[in-house]
Ligand binder design. Structure first.
Ligand code: SF4
Ligand code: SF4
Length: 336
């Protein structure tokens, strides 16, 4: 079993965190089965967010009896202190607990700091003094905000997208976190579904001793894969290295990560799916992406009014409207 300690926190867990975003999409009982199975087989870190609709409620329902044996991280997207307290109290109520092990600012556009006029960081400190939260973290998709947060010395953890498809810039963040003794929580370790070999994803991230991957789990089969890695962690051998090298050459560079930060689109275009369609149809079972539902989604691209909302909000600097059109052209050619 491989363990990681998140920076200066007391959070030491095996390298399989449970990402609780996808459990929003399944029923309460199905989610409870997954969460309980995860706990029984050794997962101890559960990451959720106030923004993930009923994810917190499902965790509270499933794991309240083992609360003191697990670590729960949640997040707030608040921009005002009033919302901070509302979010925190709601999270505690939904999770059926009186403390969070880690509370994170959820992808803020700027890094909250003391005396910045927002009062948000002061609210975090007050919540910590009151024992409502044990540690303070931040999540982000923007390199500049992440770097500022690390260098500020104000945060104990950073959560950022990181996988073997990441660039040297993300690698620098991981290194910087280590230098600042900060925990690094890796989200999107399967790069939003583009990485299909979870053993390769695991083995790559296992090289970094300060990194805790959280795996977004929605199905039992996905969970079982990660559970098997607790006792038998995949090793970065020649075979897995070859898979990584092949994927990096095929997928490296400017591609849509499916993060959804460009939403909402005023025309209702499902950008995180449509902007990756060329990759998805070549990497996933075809029947999924060629069905009527997806053909309808792709056809909607033609309704784009080029307002550039998506382009302005893409943390990876993608020219999203152009990318959508390129994906539509390719998709239509593919179908024909
Ligand atoms: S540019 Fe097109 S795809 Fe992007 S948000 Fe506007 S309408 Fe939607
Ligand atoms: S276009 Fe950019 S913001 Fe939108 S889903 Fe893709 S990577 Fe994320």
């Amino acid at each position: 079993m491989e363990y990681v300690t998140l920076g200066t926190t007391d959070i030491t867990v095996n390298k399989n965190g449970f990402g609780a975003l996808p459990i929003q999409r399944i029923s309460k009982e199905e989610a409870a089965r997954l969460l309980k199975r995860a706990y029984e087989k050794g997962i101890r870190f559960f990451d959720t967010a106030r923004f993930y609709t009923d994810s917190e409620e499902k965790i509270g329902y499933a794991l309240k009896d083992v609360r003191e044996h697990i670590y729960i991280a949640s997040k707030t997207m608040c921009t005002k202190t009033e919302d901070f307290w509302n979010h925190l109290h709601t999270s505690l109520k939904e999770l059926q607990t009186d403390y969070l092990d880690l509370y994170q600012f959820h992808n803020p556009a700027v890094c909250p700091k003391p005396n910045d006029g927002s009062g948000l960081y002061e609210a975090m400190l007050e919540a910590k003094e009151k024992g409502l939260i044990h540690h303070i973290g931040i999540t982000n998709h923007r390199l500049a905000v992440a770097k500022e947060a690390i260098e500020s010395g104000l945060y104990e953890t950073l959560q950022f997208p990181f996988s073997y498809l990441s660039t040297n810039k993300e690698l620098e963040l991981v290194k910087l976190c280590k230098e600042h003794n900060m925990g690094f929580i890796a989200m999107k370790a399967l790069s939003g579904g583009l990485i299909t070999n979870s053993a390769a994803a695991y083995a790559y991230l296992a090289q970094f001793d300060n990194v805790l991957p959280i795996w977004g789990v929605q199905k039992e089969s996905e969970l079982e894969e990660f559970l098997s890695y607790i006792d038998t962690p995949p090793i970065l051998d020649e075979e897995l290295t070859a898979i990584i090298v092949k994927d990096q050459s095929e997928l490296g560079g400017d591609f849509c990560r499916g993060c959804g930060y460009c939403l909402p689109c005023p025309k209702g275009i499902d950008i995180p799916t449509c902007a990756r369609m060329s990759l998805l149809i070549r990497r996933a079972p075809l029947s999924v992406y060629l069905n009527d539902e997806h053909q309808g989604k792709m056809a909607k691209i033609k309704e784009c009014i080029h307002c550039d909302h998506c382009k302005k909000h893409c943390p990876y600097g993608l020219n999203t409207p152009s990318l959508l059109i390129a994906n539509l052209t390719d998709y239509e050619t593919f179908i024909n």
